[in-house]
Ligand binder design. Sequence first.
Ligand SMILES: [Zn+2]
Length: 257
Amino acid sequence: MPPYKKLNLIFSILLAGLIALDLSFSISNWWYVVLLALYLILHVAGSFILSAGFFLSVKSRGNRNEIKIALTFDDGPIPGNTDKVLDILKNYGVKATFFCIGWRIKESPELLKRIIREGHLVGNHTYYHKSIFGLLPAKSVSRELQDTDRQIEEIFGKKPRFFRPPYGVTNPMIANAVAAGNYTTIGWSIRSFDTIIKNPARLFKRVTTPITAGDIVLFHDYSDSMIKILPDFIQYVQQKGLQVIPLNELLNEEPYR
Ligand SMILES: [Zn+2]
């Protein structure tokens, strides 16, 4: 049972207890407000903390005992940026995972072909990456996933199994769509904030300070500061003895179907 269902059960019991108390001793209505507020706070926190796996099972890191990490790049393919990332990865002989957006694949199919040709993995990051993704009904979420799968399948002949929700947001509708499509939801253990941190030195410090075995690092194709630090970052982790491997190897899971 996912944590949110357990929480619903606990709160149902607490509410029943509160009603029973109210009928016997006529308690203040504020107790109901407190209970509701607590319930809402926990649900909102659960929606935004992907690694908590509140609504669905999420893989956010590999084995901490193996000196391996995986790099992931979201929101591409983007001409002028993804090519630079690919050049750097090629230069250092590193394989990564790209969580791609459906409409961007349609606009730049050659870039997706290059990602695959050069031995990297492709995951599903929805078709439109809408800011209201967390508010969509399960049917629309499924369509977002299927349309992206179709774009990838047309080029590659295979459908991805790895899915990363935009903004790391999850809810019961997304959980239903993920279960229906039999996807593996992928999170991260190191969030670079490379879309916010423009200073390369600060970004380098942010991603290298905590890095350790088993980590999944989240980057974005369109971050210029990320592209600036990527060569130094790869050299740093390699010097630290960490092997950079694709996500399927880190998690020991099939990436396609
Ligand atoms: Zn994204």
